[in-house]
Design a protein around this ligand. Structure first.
Ligand code: SF4
Length: 149
């Protein structure tokens, strides 16, 4: 199972923002994109998605930028990844043309259980867990120089 690129970028950005101390200047989308080594256009789309999920908020004006919300800090990683990925089969059983085996397929059930186990492993974690320990300082060291977007 492989996450979409958008989900990967969203998690990188969310971790980066979760690691920022409150006294630090809020990073812009451009700063975050550069720090996480992702194209600005991709980062902008992902930030919009994270905003719609209530994970990130933006402040306009001087000193404004992106920051993680309290809800974003506390969200279950499993829940967040499900929201970013969408629910559905790991493979396209119902896509056009639908798979002829889909009504009696035992592989489909096994893949569903594997998918459930994948998310269950993420469910107990929150963003704060991901930036604890040595990961936090490393994230803080990325993109320390602000670039205006
Ligand atoms: S073989 Fe089974 S799991 Fe694969 S596409 Fe068909 S129904 Fe889905």
């Amino acid at each position: 199972m492989r996450l979409t690129k958008a989900t990967d970028i969203a998690l990188r950005i969310a971790m980066y923002l979760a690691a920022q101390p409150p006294e630090r200047e809020e990073p812009t989308t451009r700063t975050v994109a550069d720090a996480m080594a992702v194209p600005y256009s991709h980062a902008a789309k992902v930030v919009a998605r994270l905003r719609s999920l209530g994970v990130v908020e933006t402040r306009r004006g001087a000193g404004g930028g992106l920051r993680i919300t309290a809800a974003g800090r506390a969200v279950s990683l499993g829940r967040l990844v499900r929201q970013l990925e969408g629910v559905g089969d790991v493979v396209g059983c119902e896509e056009e043309p639908p798979c002829p085996l889909r009504t009696e397929c035992r592989l489909r059930g096994a893949l569903r259980r594997a998918q459930d186990a994948f998310y269950a492993a993420l469910d107990p974690l929150v963003l704060e867990d991901l930036v604890a320990g040595s990961a936090g300082p490393i994230l803080l060291g990325l993109g320390a120089t602000r670039v205006n977007s």
